[in-house]
Structure formats: C-alpha cells, structure tokens
Design a protein around this ligand. Structure first.
Ligand code: AMW
Length: 489
C-alpha cells in the first residue's frame, strides 16, 4: 500500500514538472544594424539564428527592416521583393527549417506588383518547417516633419497601409499578436489582439533615437501591463547611413511589466523564458478584461455619440429600489405609478429607466399583451392613438420636430420585455454621427454583458421627476392637441 502511494505521488510530481516545463519556452529577441546591402543583412540574420538556436530557443524575433535600410526612396523601392517567392524570404524559410526554429521577420519591404511606386511594410511569421503562417501589413504609418531641424520621416510617401488586423498565430511559445513598431502607439490595436486571445504582442521596430529615450520602455511596458501579455520588440540599433540612427534596446517584457531581456545598444540577441502558466496567473488574479464594459469603454461606443454617455461628475448611478407605492405590470417588471405620465382607457405611457436619447419614453397597452398580433382591434387603435399623442408631447417638451419610434416585436427583433411597447425617442440634428446608429444603441442599451447591463439605470428620483414634469407639460398642451381627459395615477 505504501509503495503504491509513493508511486502515485511520484506520478503526480512528474505530471506537474512536465506541465510546468511545457508552459515555459525560450525565445531570442534580436538586435541588428541593417544597411543598404541585402546580402550583408541576410548574413547577420543567419548568424543570429544559428547562435540563438544553440541556446534551445523555440522562436527568434527580428526587427523591422531586417532585410535592408536605404537612405533614399528609389533604392528602397528597387530592393523590395514579394513575400511569396522573394529570394530573401525564401532564405529565411530555409534558415527556419535548418535550425528548427520559428521566426518573426519584419516589417519587410514587400513589393506591390500593381503599384511599383509603393511597398507594404510586412511582418511575417515562419514556422519551423518553413511555412509562412501569417503576415501582417502595417496599418499605422509614421509621419514626422520638423522643417527647422531638417527632419522628414514620412513613411506614408512610400508605404501603402495594410487593411487588416490579423488573427493571432498559434506558436510553440504562445498565441502571437502581430504589429509593427509605430503600431505600439495605438493601444486599441494591442487590445484588439488581446481580445482575439493573443498572449504575446510583437513590435518589431526601428525606433528613432529621440522619441525612444523618452518613450520606448514606457510604451512597451504599458502595452504588456494593460493587456497582460508578453511583449517582444526586436529592434534596429546604431547608424544605418548618414541620415538614420536607431535606438536599440530590443526588449522582452512579461505580463507584469518586468523587463526580462534588454539588448542595450549592441547588436546581438538576448534569450528570455516565457511562462504561459504565469501569464494565466496574472490574468486570473486580475481579470481586467472581464471587467471591461465595451459598450462604455470602447472608442467605438464613444464614437457613436457626439456627447458622452453620462454627464461629467454624475458618479455611479444608484439602481432604482423596488417601487414602494402602487405600480402596473410591464411584462415581468413593475412600473411605479409615479413613473407613468399618461393613461388612456387601454394604454399608458411611462418614462424609461435607460434612455437612448433624452426623452426616450415607452408606450404600452394596459393588458400584458406580448406581441402586436395579440392586441385586440380596440387596443391597437388606442395604442396607436396614444403613440401619436405622446410623440407630439415629447417633441414639444424637447423642442424638436423629429422622433424615432420603434416597436421590437419578438425576441429576434430585440424585444427583451414580453409586453408590446413602442419606444419614442426625440431626435436632434447630429445626435448620432450617423442617423441610423440609433438602432445600434437601441440594441445595446438594455443588453446585459456578463453581469453588467450595457447602460447604467437612471435613479428612481430622476425618473419620477421626469414623469411629474411630463404630466405638467400635458396640462399645458393646447386643448386641440387631442389628449383626452387625463386619468393620472
Ligand atoms: W425592448 O428591448 O423589450 O424593445 O425595450 C425594453 C425597454 O424597457 C428598454 O428601453 C428598457 O430600458 C426599458 N425598461 C426596462 N426596465 C424598466 C423599468 N423598470 N422602468 C422603465 N423602463 C424599463
């Protein structure tokens, strides 16, 4: 029995050591000084791979422009090659097979067949059997001019921007998100790659001296910390020609923001050990991404509206307590009478807990009819008459001549409350960047993402005050407006 227990213990220890070993992989991050001589640069790449491979690394990372750096656009265009079938990339593929390593190469100068006056700046990943498994064409281009200092670095003159973010690549060292150099200044790209499950973010770079001193380490560490990813930034270093110098300091940063390897200001490489189990720990202990609320935090969400979602300093809204007084049924919900501002024989109108536009109110039949087809003819007539009247009221109160009115009839149409209701949303010129984006926001405003609703609820007091004010406005509407005697709660 004792021997059996000992054997079982040994087996568990072996499994633990094995999985720990599997989660740790070595990589090499390289630094070089590319010049306008492709053969010389290739020789340098070959030496670095050969040396690094002897240190049991699974993947070697090279900087932007590891193929060449020229001092003029003419030569830069002339030297460019296609990725597939180009002799430089073919050599890289052979090196990957020969040394049994994966390679991250680029951005390379990719020839564009249809446009001889431009190139793509393209980062490729090659596996250890020599296949190109992914390519990313740089989207964000450096564009800097300081005439008084004779500085002119306009990548956009020569490079066509890529059009896509590419899916992270499964590799033996983790899932690799691909970017290039200046892309590091666009945090949204890194976030997008992380959402796509990247574990490593790669920024092969040729960073200028002046900005690097101030920003290089800080930006790369920030991208690692905020995305809880390894960051690997191979770099160019030193003098390429009379016009251009690069900063160096090729880096590997861990998901906690610690610098694991820094190549300083010399050519060469550094080895770092990546531990994906540690990455999982960081993410588990601080699950930042599951706390994000994209409907509020994403730039896209903000770009939908010309004004911010909440007034400044509004603070955290207090969810409305269960209505104390009398209330009426709205599907599975209870609407307090104090939030109702109009009633007819068969229909009532009430203020909304989450407004898509200011003055977004709802009209519903008294009876809890789920769908449009469930209304009796009499209810339908009264429902529509009320919609028309409430529209008139809201346009007057909000000083506008337009409203979006919509009924989401059925779950596939976005109905979340099983009680037919019409949304009445007063509209103002320019309230959405594109008019119909209101429908996108309508879809999201009461959707729950994990435990958070997309939009915070308004306070009970605010809703009651709005309903009271609407009731007042009703009384002052001119008598020809068609409102019947009010049967207020
Ligand atoms: W649907 O998605 O069913 O077309 O719309 C349901 C509407 O009901 C949403 O606009 C939502 O904000 C609103 N709502 C949900 N709960 C309440 C509530 N307690 N009081 C007022 N409006 C509510």
């Amino acid at each position: 029995m004792k021997t059996f227990l000992l054997l079982k213990q040994c087996k568990h220890q072996l499994i633990r050591h094995f999985s720990e070993a599997m989660s740790k992989q070595r990589i090499a991050v390289c630094q070089m000084t590319s010049v306008a001589d492709k053969a010389a640069n290739l020789e340098c790449v070959s030496q670095l791979i050969s040396n690094a491979a002897k240190e049991d690394v699974k993947m070697v990372f090279f900087p932007e422009a590891c193929d060449y750096i020229c001092d003029n656009n003419q030569d830069t265009l002339k030297f460019a090659e296609p990725i597939v079938g180009g002799s430089t990339v073919d050599s890289y593929r052979q090196l990957a097979v020969k040394h049994n390593v994966w390679l991250s190469m680029g951005g390379l100068h990719e020839q564009i067949k249809e446009d001889p006056n431009r190139i793509f700046n393209t980062h490729i990943i090659i596996n250890n059997t020599g296949d190109i498994v992914q390519q990313y064409r740089k989207r964000l281009h450096f564009d800097k001019q300081i005439p008084e200092r004779n500085v002119r670095l306009k990548e956009i003159d020569l490079c066509s921007p890529g059009r896509h973010i590419v899916a992270p690549v499964d590799s033996p060292v983790g899932k690799i998100g691909m970017a290039i150099c200046y892309d590091m200044r666009c945090p949204e790209l890194s976030t997008a790659l992380t959402v796509l499950r990247a574990q490593l973010l790669t920024f092969p770079s040729a960073f200028t001296q002046a900005t690097s001193k101030a920003h290089w380490h800080n930006i790369l560490r920030a991208r690692a910390i905020e995305n809880q990813c390894y960051v690997i930034a191979a770099a160019q270093v030193g003098t390429h020609n009379t016009k251009r110098r690069s900063y160096g300091h090729a880096l590997c940063v861990d998901p906690w923001g610690r610098v694991l390897a820094d190549c300083g200001e010399e050519t060469g490489y550094r080895v770092a050990e990546l531990d994906l189990a540690q990455l999982d720990d960081v993410r588990r202990n601080m699950p930042v991404f599951s706390h994000r609320r994209n409907a509020v935090h994403s730039l896209y969400a903000l770009s939908l509206r010309t004004e911010s979602l909440e007034p400044a300093g509004a603070g955290a809204p207090v969810p409305p307590p269960k209505p104390p007084g009398p209330s009426r049924q709205f599907g599975h919900l209870q609407i307090p009478d104090t939030c109702v501002f109009y009633t007819s024989d068969l229909t009532y109108a009430f203020v909304n807990i989450r407004c898509v536009t200011p003055g977004h109110v709802l009209v519903a039949p008294w009876r809890c009819a789920e769908r449009n087809e469930d209304l009796t003819d009499e209810e339908a007539r009264d429902f529509y008459a009320t919609i028309r009247l409430v529209q008139k009221l809201m346009e007057k109160v909000h000083n506008t001549e337009s409203c979006t009115m919509t009924i989401q009839d059925g779950p596939d149409a976005g109905q979340t409350v099983k009680h037919i209701h019409c949304h009445i949303m007063p509209r103002k010129k320019g309230d959405f960047i594109q008019n119909d984006l209101i429908y996108l926001e309508l879809t999201k405003h009461d959707q729950f993402q994990s435990s958070h609703p997309a939009k915070p609820p308004r306070s009970f007091q605010e809703m009651e005050a709005e309903a009271a004010s609407l009731r007042e406005s009703l009384l002052t509407l001119d008598t020809n407006s068609g409102f019947r005697n009010l049967n207020l709660p």
